[in-house]
Design a protein around this ligand. Structure first.
Ligand code: FAD
Length: 387
């Protein structure tokens, strides 16, 4: 049984506690799903999460726009991740893909959020390129004005939901200025002529992931999100919302690993007692529990700060909090899961065992949406500036 005492913390309102209980019940009924065909599994998960209303938490109400409630996003991700990493992925990418449209889209652009929030359309966020991952400002893909349209040319890689998405938010160079100030964002339907999937990327924890190519893909000027040259700011603002939620997913994986380790330590008999009688195992459990609670404090502080900042009450700063939450929760989830594998002995590395899958699931979270080193740069910059 997972620890739910954190729900009494002052970061939450009654509606968050209700949400946590309701999504827990849903997860117990519906997860995990079969991952044999990840594309089919993700399509099914998006449809089910939409049908039962959970994707309404992935993006703000289209009529209102703005940021979704980050505490709700985090509770959703933590709970889904604790039950099934692919379910968390399906929920999270739907939100990330819709994020820029929700935050900066026109009322007309925001209409597509009705479909993403209902699970009727799958979204993706296409920023990274082969030569521009961490160095986002150096992206090379272009969007050239052609009458009332833009022509997109170039490649994006590591695109989650690439190949199953119905719409992509794509960042391309429009050339208003060199570097970060010359990038714009576009909503691009997956069936636009000139867009193709050129590579499926296999990773340690399989998800739909692809490299996609744009060859004279034509979109109307009305597909631009925000103004020309605002793409970098839009991408960073979107990541500012979702970075904390990556920490929440890591927290869900860590909590599951801790629960599995405790269960194993209590049951496993050796040397005339149980694993849990051994003090070195107790020390591991103590360190895991400490990491989980510290991560939860940082994640939910950041989520609370973001929600209060969006309402202009109670929080002066969020970027440092979000970076700390992602950095600590992902790095320490890796330690927690490694300890859980160790406590399980040989079974910990047996293919298909839950802690073996957690061991694979956690790794990419320390790399995407800003690698751990990038989070350290962000934290240090603010600390040194006295912020
Ligand atoms: C599973 C997965 C899903 C992804 N999904 C998406 C997606 O949906 N959309 C999308 O646009 N992208 C996505 N990405 C791409 C992801 O955001 C990039 O992989 C990430 O930004 C790192 O870029 P890179 O792989 O090019 O590594 P590089 O930029 O080459 O960095 C390599 C390493 O260098 C180190 N490093 C980087 N910067 C610094 C620094 N300033 N100081 C010190 N060290 C540093 C870090 O250790 C980093 O891991 C995904 C990636 C993965 C693995």
């Amino acid at each position: 049984m997972p620890d739910t005492s954190f729900l009494a913390w002052p970061f939450f309102e009654e509606r968050h506690r209700d949400l946590a209980a309701a999504i827990e019940t849903w997860c117990r009924l519906h997860l995990p799903v079969d991952h044999g065909d990840v594309d089919a599994a993700c399509r099914g998960l998006v449809a089910a999460l939409g049908r039962d209303g959970w994707l309404a938490h992935s993006a703000a109400d289209p009529e209102a726009g703005g940021a979704p409630d980050v505490r709700a996003l985090c509770l959703m991700r933590e709970t889904l991740a604790r039950h099934d990493g692919l379910a968390d992925f399906a929920f999270a990418v739907q939100g990330l893909g819709a994020g820029a449209i929700s935050l900066f889209g026109t009322p007309a652009q925001r209409q597509c959020l009705k479909r993403t929030r209902a699970g009727a359309a799958i979204a993706a966020f296409a920023l990274s390129e082969a030569r521009s991952g961490s160095d986002v400002a150096s992206i090379a893909m272009t969007a050239a004005r052609d009458g009332g349209d833009y022509l997109l040319n170039g490649e994006k890689t590591w695109i989650s939901n690439g190949s199953i998405a119905d719409l992509y938010v794509v960042f391309a160079r429009t050339g208003e200025a060199p570097g970060a100030k010359g990038i714009s964002a576009f909503v691009v339907p997956a069936d636009v002529q000139g867009l193709s999937v050129v590579e499926r990327i296999e990773v340690v924890a399989p998800h739909p992931l692809a490299r996609i190519r744009f060859e004279d893909a034509r979109v109307p000027a009305a597909a631009m999100i925000g103004k020309p040259g605002e793409g970098f700011r839009i991408a960073m603002a979107t990541l500012d919302v979702f970075r904390t939620t990556v920490g929440a997913a890591a927290l869900g994986f860590a909590r599951r690993a801790l629960d599995e380790a405790i269960g194993r330590a209590r049951e496993r008999r050796l040397f005339g007692g149980t694993l849990s009688d051994l003090q070195m195992v107790q020390a591991s459990i103590a360190e895991m529990a400490l990491d989980v609670d510290a991560a939860a404090l940082l994640v939910y502080r950041a989520a609370w700060a973001k929600d209060m900042w969006a309402k202009d009450i109670g929080a002066a700063r969020v970027t440092r909090e979000a970076a700390m939450a992602k950095l600590f929760a992902t790095e320490h989830a890796q330690h927690v899961i490694d300890k859980a594998v160790q406590i399980h002995g040989g079974d910990g590395v047996r293919r298909g065992h839950i802690v073996e899958s957690l061991y694979r699931e956690i790794r990419a979270l320390r790399i995407y949406e800003g690698a751990s080193e990038v989070q350290k740069v962000v934290i240090a910059r603010q600390a040194l500036a006295g912020g």
